[in-house]
Design a protein around this ligand. Structure first.
Ligand code: TXA
Ligand code: MG
Length: 338
């Protein structure tokens, strides 16, 4: 942290009560907290006072608020400029806590056992007496729940001791954040703090599974669909086509850079920058060796970087297997007409 940021940070630490309790104010000083015991304690404290804290998870940075506090949850929608019909994921430290908020079947249990903590979200019927703000579920009778794997997220959830509602920490519709710098770019002045733990390892949002009561894939993500299917005894899930809106948040234009995007490009047209995949000449490469895990981890960061150049972005073809399905889903939405 630079000296100026440090001084500003300290100034707000003392004035923190202020920042948190006035979370409805649109302008505040956003401080960066280190991933230390003290930083985590301070982040938990801000959450307790109804403030907003962005924090690292293994997928993307989340923008957290106390999921039981309607004012705090409303502030998330406000900071992101998010349409109010789009419900949020509730983050908890373990399965036992998740069971306070939702009703469970055997298939949900099997998936939770296999993939939690990790990049999987389950959409389940709300349990009676759940205590969550109805703004979290946007009035639905189901709730999306996830137990993140990132040690920092886990420590924050434990220190806070309650459910944390957290969408990705980006302005609504824009590229998701995989570093604290991305969060600053999008939300500086609109949130109390960012708990910085470096770049996210997975780099794609969680896979979302709903139950109707048959399991359905609502969003491809960090756990490849094939692994979900194998855990459910080899049944095959219907894949979202990219056109339909499955999760309410799956608007077709999403994850969008400012620049125009063109997919499945073999090379850059004049004026374009090229985002490559596999060994090829390009401006930035998702993975020169064609590794889909590496490509997922680089995806949003590379889009943020190329977007800064202010030129149209051409993207090389990415295979659809494994994490490739989720990468292609995000690319299609980023390139969708808006
Ligand atoms: O990896 C992730 O999932 C990240 C990190 C921060 O955990 N979070 C994230 O949240 O991607 P967000 O808000 O960007 O995406 C949540 C998605 C939205 O598409 C929303 O519509 C859907 O989950 N969702 C939430 N509650 C739902 C519900 N009850 N039924 C169906 N979809 C739901
Ligand atoms: Mg998002």
């Amino acid at each position: 942290m630079g000296l100026m940021a440090r001084i500003m940070g300290l100034a707000t630490i003392t004035g923190n009560q202020n920042a948190a309790s006035q979370h409805k104010m649109s302008q505040q000083t956003t401080i960066t907290l280190p991933p230390t015991a003290q930083g985590i304690a301070q982040a938990a404290d801000i959450l307790r006072r109804g403030g907003l804290v962005a924090f690292a998870t293994e997928t993307v940075y989340g923008l957290g608020a106390d999921a039981r506090d309607a004012g705090a949850v409303a502030a998330i929608y406000q900071a992101k400029g998010r349409p109010s019909f789009n419900p949020l994921i509730v983050h908890v430290p373990d399965i036992a806590q998740a069971q306070h908020f939702a009703d469970w079947g055997d298939q949900a249990q099997a998936l939770a056992r296999r993939f939690w903590p990790g990049p999987l979200t389950l959409v389940l019927p709300l349990r009676k007496g759940h205590g969550l703000s109805s703004l979290v579920t946007a009035g639905l009778d189901t709730v999306a729940i996830r137990v993140p794997a990132h040690p920092l997220a886990r420590q924050l959830l434990q220190a806070f001791g309650g459910p944390v509602a957290a969408p990705s920490a980006n302005p609504s519709g824009r590229i998701s954040p995989t570093t604290a710098a991305h969060v600053h770019q999008g939300l500086d002045g609109k949130i109390a703090a960012i708990l910085d733990a470096g770049p996210c390892q997975v780099g794609l949002e969680s896979t979302i599974i709903g139950f109707t009561p048959r399991p359905v894939l609502l969003r491809a993500g960090g756990v490849p669909t094939e692994q979900i299917e194998a855990t459910l005894g080899g049944l095959s899930l219907t894949r979202p086509t990219g056109d339909e809106i499955t999760a309410p948040g799956m608007l077709s234009s999403h994850y969008a850079p400012q620049a125009r995007m063109r997919l499945n490009a073999q090379k850059a047209a004049p004026g374009e920058v090229l985002l490559g995949f596999g060994a090829m000449p390009c401006d930035l490469n998702l993975s020169a060796t064609g590794d889909l895990g590496e490509a997922a981890a680089n995806l949003f960061d590379h889009l943020h970087s190329l977007d800064k150049l202010g030129r149209p972005i051409a993207v090389a073809p990415v295979p659809w297997d494994g994490l490739g399905a989720a990468i292609n889903d995000r690319l299609q939405r980023a390139a969708a007409p808006r």
